[in-house]
Design a protein around this ligand. Structure first.
Ligand SMILES: C[S@@+](CC[C@H](N)C(=O)[O-])C[C@H]1O[C@@H](n2cnc3c(N)ncnc32)[C@H](O)[C@@H]1O
Length: 277
């Protein structure tokens, strides 16, 4: 088998490295899983053993390999309208509130939303779909819908916007007809260009600050579960810096950061608002 056995020493080096670059903690019990995933990279790069691959990854040629390496260690499970109440809140309250503030000239006519671990794009496109029926309230506005992820493979899928039945299972028939093209042969749903053109995708590691204008709403869901407290704290610090005054943070149930959000005001168990104006 390519690579032979993964020694404890080299396994420890990879675990430490993944933690350092991505904040992700790989349990000590996952040696076989790590070895199997690394083997795919050994085959792709033609490197014979794990130690040699580690040397390559951390050499000056490593940065080109890094996204492909990290793709092996991220969990990308997602689907449209995951926790539907987050999206109901968008069109029942958030968008209306923002539009009204703009109408009263209490805020500039800009709206910025960030899906901070967007995976293959379902989260950001769900946000975009909820905005469409209210679009006329935002005529003349500059709207930014940004999706970022560490994994470049997921970003490529997000840009393409092609989904299977499972991913769109909570999308209503009228929305499917209006915003997707269906290919009966492959049973796949492609999000229309009109929606794709409203979104922007970018590679970003949550362990670093995002150099962008602040956001009126940030979604952070189903990503920090594998992070330890120190990494969660670093990510939370960066997210809070990216939140506009009065901006909202939508937090997934498994993030484990509720106790790190005290500068914000709790509006719902999963919704926090920046109280600084
Ligand atoms: C399970 S998906 C979550 C997708 C979506 N937010 C949801 O709730 O359905 C987790 C995503 O987090 C990304 N990720 C993991 N570590 C990251 C990091 N340090 N920076 C940015 N994204 C990261 C993974 O690549 C993966 O696509």
């Amino acid at each position: 088998m390519q690579g032979g056995d993964l020694s404890e020493e080299v396994f420890a080096k990879f675990r430490e490295f993944i933690y350092k670059v991505a904040g992700i903690q790989i349990p000590e019990t996952k040696k076989v899983m790590v070895a199997n995933r690394l083997r795919r990279r050994l085959r792709a790069t033609g490197i014979d053993d794990f130690a040699g691959y580690f040397t390559f990854l951390t050499s000056p040629s490593g940065p080109l390999e890094m996204p492909l390496f990290l793709n092996e260690f991220t969990t990308n499970e997602t689907y449209f309208y995951r926790y539907i109440h987050h999206f109901d809140w968008l069109n029942e309250e958030f968008f209306l509130q923002i539009a009204e503030q703009g109408r009263l000239r209490k805020r500039p006519r800009t709206l910025r939303i960030w899906s901070a671990a967007s995976s293959t794009g379902e989260e950001l496109y769900s946000i975009a779909l909820r905005l469409q029926p209210l679009r006329q309230l935002f005529s003349g506005w500059t709207i930014t819908l940004l999706g970022t992820d560490l994994s470049t493979a997921t970003l490529d899928s997000a840009r393409a916007g092609v989904y299977d039945e499972r991913a769109v299972r909570h999308v209503s028939p009228p929305e499917r007809t209006r915003y997707f093209d269906h290919d009966p042969r492959t049973q796949r749903w492609t999000i229309k260009e009109e929606i794709r053109n409203q979104t922007t995708w970018k590679s970003h590691n949550l362990m670093r600050p995002l150099i962008e204008e602040p956001f009126d709403c940030i979604f952070i869901k189903n990503v920090l579960i594998y992070f330890d407290t120190k990494s969660k704290q670093a990510v939370t610090r960066h997210l809070l810096k990216s939140l506009a005054p009065a901006g909202y943070l939508v937090v997934g149930p498994t993030e484990g950061i509720y106790n790190m959000l005290e500068p914000l005001e709790k509006r719902r168990p999963w919704l926090y608002q920046n109280a600084s104006h």
